[in-house]
Each structure stands twice: as structure tokens, then as C-alpha cells.
Ligand binder design. Structure first.
Ligand code: 13P
Length: 337
């Protein structure tokens, strides 16, 4: 029993049908009003999608928005597991995603059958699972976490309770270092994007810009995090560059968040962290990049691709997600269905 994405029907419109003179932004705005739709976008989306969205956020804030919205339709511009989270939290809504193929390397690294065996091999462990996983893996977990609350949630687990952490081993290792929870057993998954940053090239960039501060996502490997002035989720990195002293920041995460940073702190300079070839455009997420304004428009026209979840799976995946919302504070975290 798995989540399915209901594709567009045979008579649906495709990109080739779109009139090239159409004002896409205006049409999306019209359809959004007609359908009572809300457009949610992750910071890793193209700037034009971020600009048209009703809300741009990190995984936790987007989950909260999806749980609390009064819209009839949620268009989730991110990757597939994010659309699934919206459907788990808001089962009565239609949840559309612009491209059904927008996956996630972390999700791919953690197949439900393997995860189930791993759990069975550690019967006394509590399973904390990063939100970057399938609905099936969530349903097999005790508590879901995101990069903004993983440390705080681990700190709420009694010290004598051993923990399994999946699927991101870099985030898991970071939380382990921060909390001293040496008993945490880590799944060996990684994000293909955050693995691309080069420690050597980052050091060179810092030498070239001695005044620059480094802001890094905890999905980065430890040598990159060791060079960071600040580590946090995408929203935390955005908050940091807004309030921190200094004019220049090196950003070690998917570089589309720089669009939001430039809007929030227009006088500051943001340099994407480099890859092994020294280039600063290495870390564009190919999954996030599948979403376009055209596909967003078509999703609203075609009412597809739409996320569908068997109710039993949805309920089992909701329990660990709701625990996350309850353990995340502030107290305004909404209750889901
Ligand atoms: P956050 O949204 O928690 O910063 O995590 C980024 C990410 O992994 C998106 O897939």
C-alpha cells in the first residue's frame, strides 16, 4: 500500500498547448482565485515560483501551513514527499504537485522494506525519521523531524531511550554531536546536493572573502559544517543572514534560497558555496528544478498530478507527523485532521 500520484488524464492540456503569449502569472492568479487554491513553495524553488507563491518556507513551516490552510486546493511546489505531507495533514483538500517525478535522494535511499528490517533489528530503539522520506517510511516511524526541530526533539527523548535516526546521516551526526547522544544509530542516506560542496574550495573562498560568514544546512557533511558560522534549516539560515552583522555570506545549501535572502537583505552579498571544481552553481537540486511556472499553471488547469493516499497509510503516517508538530513548539502549532 503506497501513496500514488494521480496523473493528468489523456485529454489534459500539456506544455505544448500553452499559448506562448499567455500571461502565466495572471492566469495562475485567476485560477488560484477560481479554485480557492493556496500555492506553497519551498525555498529551493525557482525565484519566479517563490514570487507567485502565497507562502514560501522550510519543511516545518510549510507543513504547518498545509495543516492550517482553509483553501480547497493546495498546490505544493517542492518535491513529492512534501505533497504527501500536505495530504497526510489535510486529507480533505486536493493536493496538486507540478511534477510527479520530483523526488528526493534521501527518500530513495530509504526503502520501506529495508527500513522495516532495520527497525526490527533494533526493537528497543525509538525511530526518529527526517521528513525527507516516503509516507510508508513515516508510517513505520515513531516521530518525524525536520532540520529545524531535529535537535530540539532529540533533547525531549529520555536519555536512556536509544534512538534510530533515518535517513540523513549528516543531519543525524550533527544532532548527535550537538546533543551528545552517542547511542543514536544512523541510516546511511545523504542528500546528493549537500554532498557536492567542497571543503577545500570553501576554504579558498573564505580566504578570498575573509569578511564573509558561512551559513550551512545540517544536511552538509561534517567538514563543511565545521567551517560554518551558523548551521540551521533553510528558514533559520534566512533569519540568520537578515540579523547577523556583516555584509557577505557564503551559503552552503541549495542556492535558490539566495533569491529570498536577496529580497530580505538587499544590501548584503550572498555567495553560493562551491563544489569540487570551484564553481558556485554546483548544488542546484534537479528534483526541485522540475517544477516550472508552466507546470504549476497546468496542475491548476488539469487538477493533476494529485497526491492520493490510502486512508490506513495516511492515518499511520499522521501519528508521527502530529507528534512532531506537538513537540515542535511554539504552542501555536496547529492540530491536524
Ligand atoms: P528544510 O526545509 O528543513 O530546511 O530542509 C531542506 C530540505 O531538505 C528540502 O528537501
Amino acid at each position: 500500500m503506497t501513496a500514488t500520484i494521480v496523473p493528468a488524464g489523456a485529454d489534459s492540456r500539456v506544455e505544448a498547448d500553452i499559448d506562448p503569449t499567455l500571461d502565466l502569472e495572471a492566469e495562475i492568479g485567476r485560477l488560484r482565485r477560481e479554485r480557492n487554491a493556496v500555492i506553497l513553495a519551498h525555498y529551493y524553488q525557482d525565484g519566479d515560483i517563490q514570487d507567485i507563491a502565497d507562502f514560501v518556507g522550510d519543511s516545518l513551516d510549510l507543513s504547518r501551513k498545509a495543516a492550517a490552510t482553509e483553501a480547497d486546493v493546495i498546490v505544493f511546489c517542492g518535491v513529492r514527499f512534501m505533497g504527501e505531507v500536505a495530504k497526510i495533514l489535510s486529507p480533505g483538500k486536493t493536493v496538486l504537485i507540478p511534477d510527479a517525478d520530483a523526488g528526493c535522494s534521501l527518500e530513495e535511499s530509504c526503502r520501506p522494506a529495508d527500513f522495516r528490517r532495520w527497525r526490527e533489528a533494533h526493537p528497543n530503539h525509538l525511530a526518529l525519521t527526517y521528513i525527507n522520506c516516503s509516507a510508508e517510511v513515516k508510517a513505520l516511524s515513531d516521530i518525524v523531524v525536520t532540520s529545524s526541530n531535529a535537535e530540539a526533539i532529540v533533547r525531549q527523548v529520555p536519555r536512556d531511550q536509544p534512538i534510530l535516526f533515518a535517513p540523513d546521516r549528516h543531519l543525524g551526526a550533527y544532532v548527535k554531536r550537538r546533543t551528545g547522544r552517542d547511542d543514536m544509530v544512523l541510516w546511511p542516506g545523504t542528500c546528493i546536493i549537500h554532498e557536492l560542496f567542497s571543503e577545500r574550495e570553501l576554504v579558498k573562498l573564505r580566504v578570498a572573502h575573509p569578511e564573509a560568514k558561512v551559513a550551512a544546512h545540517p544536511e552538509c557533511p561534517e567538514p563543511i559544517l565545521a567551517l560554518a558560522d551558523h548551521v540551521g534549516s533553510t528558514r533559520m539560515l534566512l533569519d540568520y543572514v537578515k540579523r547577523a552583522d556583516g555584509d557577505t555570506f557564503i551559503i552552503a545549501t541549495e542556492p535558490h534560497i539566495i533569491h529570498q535572502m536577496e529580497k530580505a537583505a538587499p544590501g548584503k552579498t550572498f555567495l553560493p558555496a562551491p563544489g569540487a571544481d570551484g564553481r558556485c552553481d554546483c548544488a542546484n537540486c534537479p528534483h526541485m528544478a522540475l517544477n516550472t511556472l508552466e507546470k504549476l499553471y497546468l496542475a491548476l488547469i488539469n487538477d493533476a498530478p494529485a497526491v492520493d493516499l490510502p486512508e490506513d497509510l495516511r492515518r499511520r503516517a499522521l501519528t508521527p507527523l502530529q507528534r512532531m508538530l506537538d513537540m515542535s513548539g511554539p504552542a501555536d502549532a496547529p492540530r491536524a485532521a
